[in-house]
Design a protein around this ligand. Structure first.
Ligand code: PMV
Length: 375
């Protein structure tokens, strides 16, 4: 749930003074609150018409990679060293509104109800520059974005953030982009974001330049009812972000071997998903996650994202699987563990995870659809 009305009262009334932020906040909150009392329809229609090409609100889901992306062959363009496969996570959402406005002196970013820090603002601004280059829009933009899940703790918040931003900014700038072009644009913000543009089960073709590196769905969300039970053992923002991490991947002696053997795992993973073969998927996804963490741990400087509770969950999940419960783990750049299971077993897996030491909370998700425009 987005705490829309609390957020409005705490942050909007007291702190926000600029007109554009006011308009955008109204627009953003309207997408959350059905027919809010304080907003007349006339005002909304005026707002939409006056900004018909400059304002948009979108929703996107994060994704969890089953075959991981780690390391870039081109850091600036975020062309990955290897292809990857992921599923979108319905239930976890980023909602983003963008408004280009000629009266703004700079791009602004409001993240989860608070004005974002310099680093996040500059990253978003650099991304918006891409959109300005591609379109006729030259003005700065106000961006308002919210997640209904912890940010920066291994739940791919940057994936849904840049997928939602790419779609909102492109639409607000009047660009008519195909899904492939949107995926390429989202990739420029955060590599894995290109996989949150299409829906369901998605493959990112590594490619070797901007045109050839994009993600595509190979099975719709309804193809296989899988669940993701995310054991959260820390809400803290990770100390080394993935952008920095990718840059160190090549310092590991293991990275070349991981890259050279990824095509085989991609093929096994794709086939396992298309055939709904849970055991093959479990084996290849755990292997691939372990390989990525082996690279991280052996990089210079070493990146060890796991905490003792992470390892406890990994061992428990393998034991549950040997005992007949179909489930497997996969871990991104953080200590939290994604436990993939059949949708019907979400309750059982969640109950088991909640009993393990160090598990603060379990968030659940099913297979999600594409990034979408909602206003
Ligand atoms: O898109 P980035 O730069 O946040 O990198 C994502 C890296 C992993 O989450 C660790 C793996 C993946 O493929 O999502």
């Amino acid at each position: 749930m987005f705490p829309a009305s609390d957020w409005y009262h705490e942050n909007f009334r007291e702190n926000i003074t600029s007109n554009i932020l006011l308009d955008l906040t109204i627009f953003h909150l309207t997408s959350i609150l059905y027919k809010p009392k304080w907003l007349s329809c006339k005002r909304l229609i005026n707002l939409k018409e006056s900004r018909v090409k400059q304002i948009a609100t979108t929703l996107s889901n994060p994704n969890i990679a089953l075959i991981k992306y780690w390391g870039n062959r081109d850091e600036r363009l975020r062309i990955p060293s290897n292809g990857s496969i992921s599923i979108n996570l319905a239930g976890l959402e980023t909602r983003t509104s963008v408004c280009f406005d000629p009266t703004l002196q700079q791009d602004t970013l409001t993240l989860n109800g608070a004005s974002a820090g310099k680093t996040a603002r500059e990253r978003v601004s650099a991304f918006l520059n891409q959109v300005r280059i591609m379109s006729e829009v030259r003005s700065f933009a106000a961006v308002v974005s919210e997640n209904n899940f912890p940010t920066g703790a291994g739940i791919a918040s940057s994936a849904s953030a840049f997928a939602a931003l790419a779609l909102a900014a492109a639409h607000a700038a009047g660009l008519q982009l195909s899904e492939q072009e949107l995926s390429r644009l989202a990739r420029r913000g955060s590599g894995s974001a290109c996989r949150s543009i299409p829906g369901g089960f998605v493959e990112w073709f590594a490619g070797d330049n901007d045109e050839t590196s994009f993600a595509e769905s190979f099975a719709p969300a309804g193809h296989w009812a899988l669940g993701d039970c995310i054991a959260i053992i820390s809400h803290a923002h990770k100390s080394t972000g993935s952008t920095e991490g990718h840059a160190t991947a090549s310092t590991s002696l293991l990275q070349d071997t991981r890259i050279a053997t990824t095509p085989t795992r991609l093929e096994t993973c794709r086939r396992a998903i298309l055939n709904r073969d849970f055991n093959s998927l479990a084996e290849v996804a755990e292997l691939d996650s372990n390989l990525m963490h082996a690279v991280m741990i052996t990089s210079q400087p070493p990146l060890l994202y796991w905490q003792p509770a992470t390892l406890g969950i990994m061992q428990a999940v393998q034991k549950w699987r040997s005992g007949g419960l179909p489930c497997f783990y996969t871990i991104d750049a953080g200590p939290n563990v994604h436990v993939i299971c059949l949708e019907d077993e979400i309750e059982q897996v969640t109950a088991r995870l909640q009993r393990l030491p160090g598990v603060l909370q379990v968030r659940t998700a099913t297979v999600g659809g594409p990034a979408r425009l909602i206003m």
